[in-house]
Ligand binder design. Structure first.
Ligand code: EPU
Length: 346
């Protein structure tokens, strides 16, 4: 029987990248699937509300939590198998995402380089289908293993079962993430052996061209993405933030045509289903919020899509600013912005 380490009255401020204050009545650090299974079987925790915490990089903590927080800390990374076309690389849910990406590149398995420097942990990557610079994690995903904390059984989800969408998956759709229904223990990625650099994203192409690199290796793409991110996005260790605070809104082709006629500079991205994705950062900047604060929070001066904590903010401050930005963008453009991070407790 494993002994779980459980902390009472745990401080969550150092465990969320917006550095919002909150406490959890109990916090269990889960280092293995066996520990999670032991917790699921323990009658003391039956009926106690749960929340699974990863790197806390996509989270707005709105107050104290009277239940049990499970801190996913499952380690491990390895080549799990290969076939003629691909390598299959597994990682524990508690591995730091960026360190894992760097490890795959150093080990000679390219394919995740466009997702360099994204904050958070491996286990959280599929929940919101992280994406950047022309790649989403769904495109490199084989399967994940998750423990059903209600019955203690391990279940395998392939890509279809994950129902991936833009910053979306079944874990968000079904509310399993908020209810602590599943604990993701490990993720296995499929990295094709036939590799080609993904440089269709203008920023990446420009960065490589500026460095004089015509035929980039995966490490060159990783370095370019890292440089772009360092320039545009604040380091949470210095300026607390949760990455993009809003999703890029997807509107009908009719609404997009009207908006483009009125605002020819509006960046738009045609979607496979005919709808059109708009750049939320541009909308927010035009609405006057780039570099503007409300109380102790503000929209970042170098990227209007990033909400930053200037110091001492609470979840309520974040909510107020988010609502003010939403209201102004709605009034100016008739477009509703949806937050990307999860508010907890809701
Ligand atoms: N823009 C502005 N003003 C701003 C910010 C952006 O006009 O203040 C314009 C840019 O000039 C550009 C367009 O908006 O034409 C898009 O901007 P950018 O390329 O910086 O990307 P984004 O749409 O703002 C998305 C992701 C990021 C990801 C980048 C790069 C979402 C919500 N965000 O941002 O993901 O890193 O593309 O691929 O999809 C995250 O999800 O946390 C995240 C950082």
């Amino acid at each position: 029987m494993t002994t779980l380490s459980i902390e009472a009255d745990a401080d969550l401020r150092p465990r969320n990248t917006l550095a919002l204050p909150a406490r959890a009545a109990q916090l269990a650090t889960i280092r293995s699937a066996d520990e999670a299974r032991a917790l699921a079987a323990d009658p003391r925790w039956r009926g106690v509300p749960r929340f699974v915490l990863g790197g806390g990089s996509n989270l707005v903590l709105c107050g104290d939590f009277t239940g049990l927080v499970l801190q996913a800390a499952l380690p491990g990374r390895a080549l799990a198998g290969e076939d003629a076309d691909a390598w299959y690389i597994s990682a524990g849910a508690g591995e730091n995402w960026h360190d894992f990406v760097q490890w795959t590149l150093a080990a000679g398995y390219p394919g995740l380089e466009n997702l360099s420097l994204i904050p958070g942990m491996v286990g959280a990557a599929p929940i919101q289908n992280i994406g950047a610079y022309g790649l989403e994690v769904a495109e490199r995903f084989a399967f994940l293993d998750a423990l059903d904390l209600d019955c203690g059984e391990l279940r395998r989800f392939d890509a279809a079962a994950c129902r991936f969408g833009y910053r979306d998956s079944v874990f968000k759709q079904e509310g399993w993430h908020l209810s602590g229904h599943y604990l993701i223990t490990a993720v296995t990625f499929r990295l094709p052996k036939k590799w080609a650099p993904l440089t269709r994203y203008a920023d990446v192409a420009g960065e490589l061209a500026a460095a004089g690199i015509a035929q980039p290796r995966a490490q060159d793409v990783a370095a370019a993405v890292t440089a772009i991110r360092r320039r545009k996005l604040p380091d949470p260790a210095q300026i607390p933030n949760a990455g993009s605070f809003f999703q890029n809104p997807v509107v009908s082709s009719g609404q997009a045509a009207q908006l483009m006629a009125a605002h020819p500079a509006l960046p738009t991205y045609a979607q496979p289903d005919g709808r059109v994705k708009l750049a939320a950062g541009w909308l927010i900047e035009q609405a006057g919020w780039k570099g503007r604060d409300l109380g102790p929070v503000g929209m970042y001066e170098k990227q209007a899509l990033i909400l930053v904590n200037r110091g001492g903010a609470t979840g309520a401050d974040v909510r107020l600013l988010a609502q003010a930005v939403q209201a102004d963008v709605q009034a100016r453009f008739g477009v509703r912005l949806e937050p990307e991070p999860i508010y907890f407790p809701a």
